[in-house]
Design a protein around this ligand. Structure first.
Ligand code: ADP
Ligand code: MG
Length: 316
């Protein structure tokens, strides 16, 4: 493109809240054939809310009768956990975490009048959850892998987890002192324009994919809601593996635009053919990106590609 055309494209972009980090990026965007969206905070609002608390009694799921102790004896009323106990353990364990999932649990507990103190110790396990000490006992809050790696069998909660996940919720297991204690779930809202962004991209012949650390079932439920094919979902991708996932997609010969908002996404934004940071994204993401979308709107991804297209066609 001529410097004048580049100037016009960049200006039109800026007027539409689409910031290109230079003329070469403006030229590149039109060649994107695959858009890879991060899920949380990009396709969804990223504002989680606590929706469910399910008790597993620390021993036996309530649904199965509920009061059998591991040795076959009866649990006393005092030993038996209730919803507030499960939520309290989870909230105290999560109180030191910045993760949106954690904040929703803490807020949800406080809204129920639970006093959320600080854990005696606390360890963040990235992509898995939290390990903490509460009331002198070890509390785990996180996914199946976190529990398994810490010697707790998540199997008794399988059905509950699957039910919540197929509703698009992120379900987290809670263990106390080596026993499964319950499940808590957070839900996020899909952004209003996400569906229209996906359909407009597909109309242009651009493939749309989703990349997330969240589990497969939740990811697919959200994908279905916004119109992304199930086979285009890459779920359970650890933060450190997101850039490898984008590279793998590009190794198929695709020109990928990665769209993300979080610190997690920065390496993936950096390796993508075009890295796009969205809206309220973190400084780290914006730094790593080639394009910044000032508004929180996935439809602006389509705008970015259109502006690139229009700018370069005009001067041909
Ligand atoms: P995302 O890519 O959606 O931001 P992460 O990579 O941060 O997800 O986390 C992946 C999964 O690990 C989550 O879906 C959740 O099951 C679990 N997890 C991560 N952090 C926490 C936490 N603080 N509390 C509970 N579970 C967590
Ligand atoms: Mg995110």
């Amino acid at each position: 493109a001529t410097p004048a055309a580049t100037m016009v494209g960049t200006t039109i972009g800026a007027q539409n809240g689409v910031l290109f980090k230079g003329g070469d990026i403006l030229e590149r965007a039109k060649d994107v054939d695959t858009v890879v969206f991060d899920k949380t905070g990009t396709l969804t609002e990223g504002e989680m809310e606590l929706t469910d608390v399910v008790v597993f009694d620390g021993r036996t799921p309530r649904a199965d009768g509920g009061d059998a102790a591991p040795d076959g004896g009866q649990l006393t009323e005092r030993e038996r956990l209730d919803e507030d106990d499960v939520l309290r353990f989870a909230a105290i364990a999560e109180s030191g975490s910045e993760h949106p999932l954690a904040r929703a649990i803490v807020d949800g507990a406080e809204a129920r009048g639970i006093e959320v103190g600080s854990p005696e110790s606390f360890e963040n396990v990235p992509g898995h959850g939290i390990r903490a000490t509460v009331d002198g006992g070890e509390v785990l809050v996180g996914n199946r892998k976190l529990l398994r790696e810490n010697g707790v069998d998540p199997e008794p909660a399988a059905e509950t987890m699957e039910r919540l996940e197929s509703e698009g919720k992120t379900a987290m297991l809670v263990a106390y002192e080596g026993d499964l204690a319950g499940v808590v779930a957070d839900a996020d809202t899909v952004k209003e324009s996400a569906k229209s962004a996906v359909s407009q991209l597909r109309e242009r012949g651009v493939d749309v994919m989703m990349l997330t650390g969240d589990n497969e079932r939740t990811a697919r439920a959200v994908a279905e809601e916004v119109g992304i094919d199930p086979e285009n979902v890459r779920a359970e991708v650890l933060p450190a593996d997101k850039s490898d996932a984008v590279e793998a997609i590009q190794d198929e010969g695709r020109k990928a635009m990665m769209v993300g908002d979080g610190v997690n996404d920065a390496p993936a934004l950096a390796v993508a053919y075009v890295g796009t940071a969205i809206g309220s994204g973190t400084d780290v993401a914006i730094e790593a990106a080639d394009v910044t979308l000032m508004r929180d709107d996935p439809v602006d991804v389509v705008k970015a590609i259109r502006i690139s297209d229009a700018t370069l066609q005009k001067i041909k």
